[in-house]
Design a protein around this ligand. Structure first.
Ligand SMILES: Nc1ncnc2c1ncn2[C@@H]1O[C@H](COP(=O)(O)OP(=O)(O)O)[C@@H](O)[C@H]1O
Ligand SMILES: [Mg+2]
Length: 232
């Protein structure tokens, strides 16, 4: 579904991502792990079209999207939830925020809205409240829902649990796992490698902007390198 080949991405003279390759198969939950600064977020931003690549190709659903602008990529069904997403629009209600997300109009908006409310019942209860009144965790649920309104086939999610209380983290992850079981393909960045490997099918490890190791998450859990570096 997504094939990233030889992807490089720089910040001026800093070569943040070098010749990275990734494959995300339809239906999978694939994770990208690695130490801070290893290039995970840059890789994801570049795939989603928010950062220009310095080489390589990104093929999604048969299209070479390497040079596409973000809006066109979203329209094709690849959605992106950045780390600490630009927050929700505080003066609007929760429902208005969700309807804003629905511009891609693939399928019925009211049906998708219903799916979001089913996934996060709390948002349904508070649909008429201003989004600014939500806690950090609730805003993250709203941010996820807004992305779901574009009816993605593949969702890129960068570190959704950062800054959230453990109980909210669990809710966010339960929702992502459920979405994946219902058919949404997910590429996830998660700082906590134990958690990342526990919930995913396949994992890529980046180090200093390059691929170092990959494998099924079960194999990775048993890999001495991964255990020594991340799971010790
Ligand atoms: N906006 C930026 N400007 C300059 N350098 C950056 C910027 N964002 C990230 N970097 C650098 O690029 C490298 C990769 O960062 P990043 O992709 O954020 O890593 P990760 O998400 O794995 O923590 C790091 O060396 C980081 O310092
Ligand atoms: Mg990051």
């Amino acid at each position: 579904m997504l094939t990233v080949s030889n992807l490089s991405s720089n910040y001026g003279s800093i070569r943040a991502v070098r010749h990275v390759h990734l494959q995300v198969h339809e239906g999978s939950l694939t994770v990208l792990i690695g130490a801070n600064g290893s290039g995970k977020s840059t890789t994801m931003r570049t795939i989603a079209g928010y950062k220009r690549s310095a080489g390589g190709t990104v093929v999604f659903d048969g299209f070479d999207i390497s040079r596409w602008p973000p809006y066109r990529i979203v329209r094709e069904g690849l959605a992106f939830l950045p780390e600490r997403p630009m927050s929700v629009v505080a003066p609007l209600t929760i429902e208005e925020n969700l309807l804003l997300g629905g511009y891609a109009k693939r399928g019925s908006i009211s049906e998708t809205l219903g799916q979001c409310y089913e996934l996060f019942p709390l948002l349904a209860e508070r649909r008429r409240q201003h989004a600014g009144s939500l806690s950090g965790g609730e805003q993250q649920m709203l941010a996820i829902s807004r992305i779901l309104m574009t009816r993605p086939k593949l969702m890129l999610v960068d570190s959704p649990a950062i800054g959230l209380a453990p109980s909210v983290t669990d809710q966010v992850y339960e929702a992502l796992i459920r979405l994946n079981r219902e058919g949404l393909t997910i590429l996830l960045i998660e700082q906590n490698a134990v958690m990342a490997l526990a919930i995913s099918d396949y994992a890529y490890l980046l180090n200093r902007g390059e691929n170092t190791l990959e494998g099924s998450s079960v194999d990775m859990q048993n890999s001495q390198e991964v255990v020594d570096t991340y799971l010790a």
